[in-house]
Design a protein around this ligand. Structure first.
Ligand code: 2PG
Ligand code: MG
Length: 429
C-alpha cells in the first residue's frame, strides 16, 4: 500500500461568512497526513458554473448541506479510498465521472471542490511542504498582485448601487506587502470620508463599505478621493478595478440601472463604461456586459481591450473550453479563476492553463461567501497566477487570505516580488 493512498474522506457542516451552512472535508492518507478544506459560496453566480447541492428544505432558508455531506461520507468516500492522493487528476476525474452531470448537480460542486482541495492539502502535508510549494515546486510564484474591494455593491449590498465591486489595484507597488499597506491606507481614508459625509453604514458582504451613494459615478469619485487622501497617486501608484457583474442587472442585451432608473442597451452600457475608463484611472473591468451578451463583450473588448484588462467571470465560469472560445472570439482578455465554479482543482487549473496559453490575464478569486479557508492564496502562488481577488480589507474571512500571503512570501524565492508590470494588460502601452 502506498504511503499516500487515501484512507479517509469525511465531511462536516460548518458555517460561512454569511452565516450559511457550507461543506468542510477532512482527507487522510495512509501515512497519517491530513488535509482540510471548506467550500466557498457565490451570490452572483454564472449560469454555467458548478452548482452547490443544497437541501432545499425549510431549515436555513433551504441552504442546508446534509445531502452534500452524506454524499461525501458515502459514495465519494467509497470511490476515493484506495486512490493515490498525489494523483490529483485521477482523484478529480473520479469525482467528475462519479457525479456524472455537466455541472456537478448530483453530488454538488460544494462537495466536490472541498474534497478536491482537501486531497491536495493532504498530499502537500505528506511531503511536509506548504500547498503552494507542493503545487508549483521550483516554478512557484511570484506573489500575485492583489485586487481589493473598497466599496461593495450589487448582489452583495442589496443592489444599493448597480456595480458590484469597486476595487483598487496597487499598480505601482514594489511588492506584495506594499500593495497591502497602500490598500489599508485607501480603505481607511475611504471610511473616514464616508463618516464625515454621514455615509458610513457598515460593510457589504465582502467587507467593502456599504455604498450609500446616489450614483455609480459618486462611488468612483469617492474612490479617487480616497486614494488621494491616502497620499497616493491615482492611476500611478493605485488604480481602480471594477466588477460590473452585468448579468445581475441585464439580460438579452438590455440593462437596468436601478440606482439611476435608466434602461440601457448593450451599446449604451458599453459606451458608459468606455467613458468611465477615459475619466477615471481604471485598469480592469470584470463582466462589463452580461454572460449572454457575447456580441457586446466583443465590441467592448475591441474598444478598450488594448489598454485595460477585461475579465470574464460569469461569462467564462472557470472553464477551459469557454476560455479557448472567448480567446478565439476576442470577447475578453483575462480569466477570473474560481475553483468552485469548476468543481475540482484540476478543472480550475485547466482553465488557468488555457488562459495563459491564450495570453489572458489570470486572477485567482474567492467568493462572496467565504471562511477561514485560505487555499486560494496557495493556488495563486503555486500556479503562478499574476493576480488575486479576495474581497475587501476587513473581516477575518478576507484577512485570513491576505495574512496567509504575508506568511507564504517569507519562504518564497523572490519574497514578496510581484509579476513584472508588462505582464498586466494595462501595462502594455
Ligand atoms: C464575483 C464574486 C466575488 P460572488 O462576482 O466576482 O466578488 O462574487 O462570489 O458572489 O459570485
Ligand atoms: Mg465577478
Amino acid at each position: 500500500m502506498s504511503k499516500t493512498q487515501i484512507v479517509g474522506v469525511k465531511g462536516r457542516r460548518v458555517w460561512d461568512s454569511r452565516g450559511r451552512p457550507t461543506v468542510e472535508v477532512d482527507v487522510t492518507l495512509e501515512c497519517g497526513a491530513m488535509g482540510r478544506a471548506i467550500a466557498p459560496a457565490g451570490a452572483s453566480r454564472g449560469r454555467a458554473e458548478a452548482v452547490d447541492l443544497r437541501d432545499g428544505e425549510e431549515t436555513f432558508g433551504g441552504l442546508d448541506v446534509t445531502q452534500a455531506i452524506s454524499g461525501i461520507d458515502g459514495e465519494i468516500s467509497s470511490a476515493l479510498v484506495g486512490l493515490d492522493g498525489v494523483d490529483q487528476v485521477a482523484v478529480d476525474d473520479t469525482l467528475i465521472s462519479l457525479d456524472g452531470t455537466p455541472n456537478k448537480a448530483r453530488l454538488g460542486g460544494n462537495a466536490t471542490v472541498a474534497v478536491s482541495m482537501a486531497v491536495a492539502h493532504a498530499s502537500a502535508a505528506s511531503e511536509g511542504v506548504p500547498l503552494w510549494q507542493y503545487l508549483g515546486g521550483a516554478n512557484a510564484g511570484p506573489m500575485p498582485l492583489p485586487e481589493i474591494q473598497i466599496f461593495g455593491g450589487g448582489a452583495h449590498a442589496a443592489r444599493r448601487v448597480d456595480v458590484q465591486d469597486f476595487m483598487v489595484i496597487a499598480t505601482g507597488a514594489e511588492d506584495f506587502a506594499m500593495a497591502l499597506d497602500w490598500t489599508a491606507e485607501v480603505y481607511r481614508a475611504a471610511g473616514q470620508t464616508m463618516e464625515e459625509q454621514g455615509l458610513l453604514q457598515g460593510v457589504a458582504d465582502e467587507g467593502g463599505y456599504w455604498p450609500a451613494f446616489d450614483t455609480n459615478e459618486a462611488a468612483l469619485d469617492n474612490l479617487v478621493a480616497a486614494i488621494e487622501r491616502a497620499g497616493l497617486v491615482p492611476g500611478d501608484q493605485v488604480s481602480i478595478s471594477l466588477d460590473i457583474a452585468a448579468s445581475e442587472f441585464g439580460e438579452a442585451g438590455l440593462y437596468r440601472l436601478g440606482l439611476e432608473e435608466r434602461e440601457l442597451d448593450s451599446d449604451a452600457l458599453s459606451d458608459m463604461l468606455v467613458g468611465w475608463t477615459e475619466r477615471y484611472p481604471i485598469v480592469s473591468i470584470e463582466d462589463p456586459l452580461g454572460e449572454d451578451d457575447e456580441a457586446g463583450l466583443r465590441k467592448f473588448t475591441a474598444a478598450v481591450g488594448n489598454r485595460i484588462q477585461i475579465i470574464g467571470d460569469d461569462y467564462l465560469v472557470t472553464n477551459a473550453r469557454r476560455v479557448e472560445d472567448a480567446a478565439a472570439r476576442s470577447a475578453c482578455n483575462a480569466l477570473l479563476c474560481k475553483p468552485n465554479q469548476a468543481g475540482t482543482l484540476s478543472e480550475a487549473k485547466a482553465a488557468a492553463d488555457a488562459a495563459r496559453k491564450a495570453n489572458f490575464g489570470v486572477i485567482v478569486s474567492a467568493r462572496s461567501g467565504e471562511t477561514e479557508d485560505a487555499t486560494i492564496v496557495h493556488l495563486a502562488v503555486g500556479w503562478s497566477a499574476p493576480q488575486l481577488k479576495v474581497g475587501s480589507f476587513a473581516r477575518s474571512e478576507r484577512m485570513v487570505k491576505w495574512n496567509e500571503g504575508l506568511r507564504v512570501l517569507e519562504a518564497l524565492p523572490g519574497g514578496g516580488r510581484l509579476p513584472p508590470r508588462e505582464l498586466f494588460p494595462w501595462g502594455q502601452n
